[in-house]
Design a protein around this ligand. Structure first.
Ligand code: SAM
Ligand code: SF4
Length: 336
């Protein structure tokens, strides 16, 4: 059953399982200047045509409609969002929308050195940076040739500019060594970054998909507990991470476990890809194409209703475990 309820001037989005949808992850590009093998295969070229990208005007309109439906939090992602030209212009616009209280960014940090100041000025305060290892050679292998030093200086710049919190997302793979994830933890403690470990999801492409790289984070947590005194922490940011704190410190470690302990029952988000497709679940095909509606001149009221109807179709959960061979889309296409 689909339900919406009215506040003074907002209708809230609630799906048919009673989950309030209050968070939109917006992909501003499907392109990337890295090639993390679990996300985007080497040589991949089937990118969306620029004519099909939502323009900044269209994005502004869609996000304003979501905000009228009660969404307060937007995260810009991709692909690598910083490769979209003039991204800071978009952030200015989105942060000016009444009702948008939290504008954040997921990035690989390669271009942060150049863009951090403009993005901060444009209203972004919280950033998540992907970093899977502090070993230069392994970093280049995972990312298809990325330079670790560029990421580390991008992070330094982000800190100087004032982003807080800065969260490091580390995808843990089967061949991630204990020394790799411990070294990352020590690095994050030293730099006052929040660390989140992430399980690999089967999102790649057949042949080099990520499923054979899966390692459960439950064993990683056990190993860390032998060395560190981990006590339950506070969930910062309202996302799926389960947080632990190192006893006697403020340092938080998040575990994002879509496979070993999925969190679909509390899912509060939907995703919009660069071509304006509203995806209702990361691991399922259910969607609504917004671009044709926008370009056909749909009214705000009808757009709202179309979004409400789509949210009512949000699937209960992903089926990565039940259908491991089903590779739905590249993560870079959906907007991870
Ligand atoms: N380029 C930006 C970045 O790397 O942070 C934003 C987009 S990226 C798709 C967003 C997040 O998805 C990253 O933290 C990345 O590690 C994660 N990701 C991509 N493919 C994944 C997979 N197969 N399993 C788990 N996480 C994945
Ligand atoms: Fe690019 Fe991010 Fe995907 Fe890596 S995870 S290929 S940086 S979009």
């Amino acid at each position: 059953m689909q339900r919406t309820h009215s506040t003074s001037n907002h209708r809230a989005l609630i799906d048919s399982f009673g989950r309030p949808i209050e968070y939109v992850r917006l992909s501003v590009t499907d392109k990337c200047n890295l090639r993390c093998f679990y996300c985007m295969p080497k040589g991949f070229k089937s990118f969306e045509e620029p004519d099909n990208w939502l323009t900044f005007d269209e994005i502004g309109r869609v996000i304003a409609v979501f905000s009228e439906l009660g969404v307060q939090r937007i995260r810009l992602t991709g692909g690598e969002p910083l490769v979209r030209h003039n991204l800071a212009q978009l952030t200015h616009r989105l942060s000016a929308i009444e009702g948008i209280k939290d504008l954040s960014l997921s990035t690989n940090a390669t271009l942060l050195g150049k863009q951090a100041a403009a993005l901060y000025k444009g209203g972004i305060r919280r950033i998540n940076v992907s970093l899977d290892t502090l070993n230069e050679k392994r970093f280049a292998e995972i990312t298809g040739g990325g330079k670790l030093s560029q990421i580390l200086s991008g992070l330094e710049k982000a800190r100087q500019v004032g982003f807080k919190p800065i969260k490091i997302n580390m995808v843990v793979m089967k061949d991630t060594l204990k020394e790799d994830y411990e070294r990352m933890l020590e690095y994050c403690i030293q730099n006052d970054f929040t660390l989140r470990y992430i399980e690999t999801m089967p999102m790649g492409t057949p042949g080099r998909d990520a499923s054979n790289q899966y390692q459960s984070l439950q064993s990683v947590k056990q190993q860390l507990m032998e060395k560190y005194d981990l006590v339950p922490g506070i969930n910062t940011g309202g996302g799926p991470a389960r947080y632990f704190r190192i006893h006697g410190t403020d340092f938080q470690i998040g575990f994002i476990t879509p496979i070993s302990q999925h969190f679909c029952e509390t899912c509060n988000r939907v995703r919009i890809s660069v071509d304006g497709t509203l995806y209702l679940c990361l691991g399922q095909e259910d969607k609504l194409e917004l671009r044709p509606l926008l370009r056909a001149g749909i009214s705000d009221e009808d757009l709202k209703q179309a979004i409400i109807n789509a949210v009512a179709r949000k699937p209960e959960r992903h089926e990565f475990n039940e259908k491991p061979g089903q590779v739905v889309r590249l993560m870079s296409m959906t907007g991870g």
